[in-house]
Ligand binder design. Structure first.
Ligand SMILES: CC(C)=CCC/C(C)=C/CC/C(C)=C/COP(=O)(O)OP(=O)(O)O
Length: 560
């Protein structure tokens, strides 16, 4: 979000005639502050949880590969494993089971199946990249009237699963476009008449789509809202419970380390103009890599997000155009000795940027992968260039065309820094082929970047108002297509839906890289949806994000 007024204002003030008057951003103060430093982690408990995972994990593995299990029961089990965030433990087994089930699939099998079964099957296959046709839902439609059959509305559980299935749709699946309107209206109608877990499930689904949600939060809520599904198998509930407790301890420890780094770097003093959002920044890292193995990666990624954040607040708000030109040229040269040319207040920040990437480089060179840092540096350089371009447009009072704005918006979405920094710390699975694929401007990557840019703008343009000087999606769209604001906003919202459809399509087999390598793109898009669906929950974290931080780091879960 841009700050109060143009970053280019050079007015006289009371001190000297040349001191720039800097805009006051008025960002809301941080919510957590030093409370996070006092988070305590019980290391013995952490170790005990890690050990306690083994036994139920092996039991569950045997269940997943059990040849005697009915196929619908198997798909329900895989659905729960996925929704609980446990898939990473059984990647190969699940892939092998789904491959077999998908090959053996006969569309007639669905003739007798109810809405909940069909929807669960659809979700499980699609979530794992198998393109089960949306025609499986045709039988729930009366083709003479073109409407969905009335009897399905009596099945709330089925309607809920159908609603969640629609989130996996791709372009051209009109039955699912219609289903979202139909199921949502119905669920809204009945939600207040429901009780118990079903009421909680529907209420939550109406607020946050599972597929577009932050996976670890969704997993935690699935664990509490879907008790019946989680307790079908003893090993599943035991593993889920232990895993939730284990992750909580682990993430708490990482957040403590990250908070200490923020304090050691003294961001409060060196970047007083920037948003102070420590746990909120950390949530982005957990969203991208929720699995325990990525513990160190999350800390590095969170540092990169913090650097993006302060750069954004300099370019959008605090820096003058001359300072921004100097900063961009320094970032482009990536040399510590150009620091002298920078304004005093930017020097410590520039130092941190270079140092942190040098640190990662040293660490990765021990593993023979130092070259992975290059792509991340380059992404920071491009981001600085993209931010400067926006600042120049504002300085020259120039509103670019929508196309021109979006071309630059692919860069200022910040996704490239997120993705390249994620790849940098994902270890051996990031082979040269994967890096080349990421460099090849794929549809899914472009859709995700557009999703980020447009979602952020549609949600924040009213706060930005005057300050952004119409250099955002809504006003550039209005200017280019000569339409009023409400039309522009509606069209942009349609583009967001289409971006989601393209992201879903990009996750369907055959994919050129594994699902694990696609995860940063999908998870980044999910976090964007979580943050920007209703308002800018990052800048104004007082409701939902406070709940998320409390749920993930503070609320305890009774031990199994
Ligand atoms: C799609 C998108 C921008 C995602 C942001 C991801 C993220 C949390 C990055 C770090 C902080 C940041 C730059 C937030 C956006 O600020 P802003 O609302 O001021 O962004 P803007 O200046 O680009 O409009």
């Amino acid at each position: 979000m841009a700050a109060n007024e143009s970053n280019t204002t050079q007015k006289e003030n009371s001190k000297t005639s040349t001191d720039p008057v800097r805009p006051v951003a008025n960002f809301p103060p941080p919510i957590w502050d030093d409370r996070l430093l006092s988070l305590t982690v019980d290391y013995l408990e952490l170790e005990a949880y890690a050990k306690a995972i083994d036994e139920p994990k092996e039991e569950l593995r045997r269940l997943i590969i059990n040849v005697n299990m009915d196929s619908n029961a198997k798909l329900c089990l895989i659905n729960s494993v996925y929704r609980l965030g446990l898939r990473y433990m059984f990647r190969e087994e699940i892939e092998c089971q789904l491959d077999k089930l998908f090959k053996e699939l006969n569309m007639e099998d669905y003739d007798q199946a109810d809405l909940h079964t069909v929807s669960t099957n659809f979700q499980v296959f699609r979530q794992h990249g198998y393109k089960l046709s949306c025609d499986v839902f045709n039988k729930f439609k009366d083709h003479s009237s073109g409407k969905f059959k009335e009897y399905i509305t009596a099945d709330v559980r089925g309607m809920l699963s159908f609603y969640e299935s629609t989130q996996l749709r791709i372009r051209g699946e009109s039955i699912l476009d219609e289903a979202i309107v139909f199921t949502e209206a119905h669920l809204v109608d009945v939600v207040d008449t429901l009780e118990g877990n079903l009421a909680r499930q529907v209420r939550h689904a109406l607020r946050s789509y599972f597929h577009r949600g932050m996976h670890i939060v969704e997993a935690r809520l699935y664990f509490s809202n879907y008790e019946k599904e989680c307790s079908t198998y003893d090993s599943l509930s035991k593993l889920a419970n232990t895993h939730v407790n284990y992750l909580q301890q682990l993430h708490k420890e990482e957040l403590r380390i990250f908070t200490e780094w923020i304090k050691d770097m003294d961001f409060k003093t060196i970047t007083p103009y920037a948003r102070d959002r420590t746990p909120e920044v950390y949530l982005w890292a957990i969203a991208i890599f929720p699995e325990p193995d990525y513990s160190q990666s999350r800390i590095v990624l969170a540092k990169m997000v913090q650097l993006i954040l302060v750069l954004d607040d300099i370019y959008d708000a605090y820096g003058t155009i001359e300072e921004l030109r100097l900063l961009t040229s320094a970032i482009n040269s990536w040399e510590i000795n150009v620091m002298e040319q920078l304004p005093e207040y930017i020097k410590p920040l520039y130092n941190i940027l270079l140092n942190e990437l040098t640190e990662v480089e040293k660490q990765l060179s021990r593993e023979g992968r130092a070259d992975r840092v290059y792509a991340s540096k380059q992404a920071f350089q491009e981001l600085a260039g993209g931010y400067l371009q926006e600042a120049e447009w504002r300085y020259h009072r120039h509103v670019p065309s929508f196309e021109e704005y979006l071309r630059n918006g692919l860069i200022t979405s910040t996704y490239d820094v997120f993705i390249k920094s994620s790849l940098m710390v994902m270890g051996d699975i990031v082979c040269d082929k994967a890096l080349a694929w990421y460099e090849s401007r794929t549809n899914i990557e472009e859709a995700a970047k557009l999703l980020g840019r447009i979602y952020n703008d549609v949600t924040t343009y009213q706060f930005e108002g005057e300050r952004a000087q119409q250099v955002e999606s809504v006003h550039t769209y209005m200017k280019t297509f000569g339409v009023p604001e409400n039309v522009a906003v509606n069209e942009l919202k349609k583009m967001i839906e289409n971006n989601w459809k393209d992201i879903n399509e990009g996750c369907l087999k055959p994919t050129e890289v594994s699902m694990e390598l696609l995860a940063p793109i999908l998870n980044l898009s999910r976090m964007t949806d979580t943050i920007y669906r209703y308002n800018d929950r990052f800048t104004f974290p007082e409701n939902t994000i406070v709940e998320y931080v409390t749920l993930l780091f503070i609320d305890s879960v009774p031990k199994y």
